[in-house]
Design a protein around this ligand. Sequence first.
Ligand SMILES: Cc1ncc(COP(=O)(O)O)c(C=O)c1O
Length: 437
Amino acid sequence: MERGDALPAVLSPIPAATGKAWVERLAASECPALTTRRRRREEQTGASHDPIVWVDAQGANVIDADGNRYVDLTSGFGVAFVGHGHPEVVAAVKRQADRLLHALGDLHPSDVKIELLERLCALAPWPQARAMLSLSGADAVTAALKTAVMATGKTGVVAFEGSYHGLTYGPLAVSGYADRFREPFRAQLQSDVHFAAWPGREVSVDAALGTLPQDWSGIGAVIVEPIQGRAGVRVPPSGFLEALKRTCEKNEALLIVDEIFTGVGRCGAWWRSVDEGTTPDVICVGKALAGGLPVSACIASEDVMRAWGAPDREAIHTGTFYGDPLGSAAALATIDLIEREQLARKAAERGDRFAAALRAEGLSGVSEVRHAGMLLGLQLEAPSQALTVTRALLERGYLVLPAGTKADVLQLAPPVTVSETQLEGFVASLRDVLERL
Ligand SMILES: Cc1ncc(COP(=O)(O)O)c(C=O)c1O
């Protein structure tokens, strides 16, 4: 089947026989919470929420177990910025797999791990930088939170309502996205976290800054996404990050910017925060960094990172697979690709055109189109509507995620390589779905 920049080809119902058989095996083996979530969504929307089962993906196309072809406007949670299975990334992984699968991490590292560290330091916004590699976004956030403690000696953290930084314990404690995520674990979570308001349409920057703590004596870090992704692509007014940076400087706290979704070109620049005029103290990166393999990093200036290196201290933060050779080779190939083909600039241009086209449609039920580069959020008028709309789009062959704490935002994060025809096809399908609501 043709795949890469092809339009969808979906036969209903989805999933069909083969897909259904996989879904039954899934329901008998996955964590029951996930099956229950699908059932709950079915009750909420009156439509099936059985997943499609991916068996192949190239460029912006995904093929499911029934042989249907989709256009993926999620990039698989923002990972496939350069497209799924990019030939250069795949070739780098294959070459690496023939040579060295695993090394001795931070004790006796691989050559490619060192190369990746150098590349990340060179991409950082400080003249001298140091990086710590890891696997998931949550790993990178954990390393950043620990770095702030080491550098400031203070354990308190300021985070924001709606923020999403991952679900392992450190990141969960600073994720304001939903109380229900934290509630069962509250007794095991760091309690010294202050959630401030997020600025936007209804809350001015000054009003948001007014909700920061009065007493900073125990606060060592402010952690912030340059754009809140999972909360519904909530773009703060310009100047907000810079105001946070000044507040941090005044109070001897570090500004940790979580660029896990926004970084690596997705929002039209290598780092969204730097593009907005702010140099953070610590940057977290993940998702798209290795073109599909799990690689993340916490990067900071040498001055900040030196806090880990006191002569009387051990290497107290590491992981068996951190900086693994396959992931490092994939990340190096992905970085090469993004730089050589100027994909950040392309994301800026394509994102502006796509957002303008969506706005020009005057889509019924869409009250706002927010975007930065190839990260877009379509604000719907009714709560939970994103669940119905994303399912109807899936049936027409377009993968889109619901976002926002009220499931009232369509989140689009297409590969930067998605074709114009695919985007036009999506807009036509979306118009059709919204008119039938
Ligand atoms: C901004 C941000 N930070 C952190 C994470 C967590 O990354 P991971 O799921 O790889 O742990 C995510 C995931 O969606 C994210 O969007």
